[in-house]
Design a protein around this ligand. Structure first.
Ligand SMILES: *Cc1c(COP(=O)(O)O)cnc(C)c1O
Length: 217
């Protein structure tokens, strides 16, 4: 069933890409594995999923023991006291939402001589999550984070609010793209989840984060 779900997702991605002349090869499906068993995750890995996302550091550390041949990425809120463990597991941290957190990542990364790739999480809607940079402070935060030698900003991430129709998520995605174009056109966009990933792709998503579409509700 997980295999069928992934096939359906791939088909939907190729359809939306064909319609808008987007290269489907640029889209990364990040399979979000929170609450899923190692067995379930391996089913996805066995049909070619090689990017896994987690919300909690400890859950990723535990699963990494069994599944280390793929790229693990952090999508949940990261607490400073978990940064050290996070650096041992994650290739990319999507959820950097404060300068303090970036500084802590920098400090811990220096100890292990790692350059940590990160995305800056942006609050594109006031009512959504508690986390993420407000747009007004993004430029200043970005300037400070860019000075950190062990941290490499690869792009922006946002979580759109839950909406009745996927189309209602479009303004948040297009806003993130505008910000990206303004700050650095070379950056990646992490946006779109199970209910709205096609709209996110239309708006320029590079990484879509899918949980329920892969594993079921
Ligand atoms: C859980 C989660 C996802 C996946 O959500 P689905 O709706 O199950 O696709 C994506 N991004 C983040 C940050 C999440 O916490």
């Amino acid at each position: 069933m997980i295999k069928d779900n992934i096939e359906k997702i791939r088909l939907r991605i190729s359809q939306v890409c064909a319609k808008h002349k987007i290269d489907p090869g640029k889209i990364t499906v990040l399979c979000v594995t929170k609450g899923r068993s190692v067995g379930e995750i391996l089913e996805a890995v066995n049909v070619g999923i090689n990017h896994l996302g987690e919300n909690r550091v400890q859950e990723a550390v535990d699963k990494y023991k069994f599944i280390s041949q793929v790229c693990w990425q952090m999508v949940g809120h990261l607490q400073s006291n978990k940064v050290k463990d996070a650096l041992g597991v994650f290739d990319l941290i999507h959820s950097v939402d404060s300068v303090n957190l970036a500084q802590e990542i920098n400090k811990q990364a220096l100890k292990i001589n790692k350059i940590q790739d990160i995305l800056l999480e942006v609050k594109t809607s006031p009512e959504i999550s508690k986390f993420g940079f407000k747009e007004e402070i993004l430029a200043d935060a970005c300037a400070q984070i860019e000075k950190l030698k062990q941290v490499n900003i690869k792009g922006l991430m946002t979580i759109a609010p839950a909406v009745d129709s996927a189309l209602d998520a479009r303004p948040y995605f297009s806003r993130l793209r505008q910000l990206r174009d303004q700050f650095n056109p070379g950056w990646l966009l992490s946006m779109g989840m199970s209910d709205d990933f096609e709209v996110a792709i239309e708006e320029g998503a590079d990484i879509i984060r899918l949980g329920r579409a892969i594993f079921g509700r």
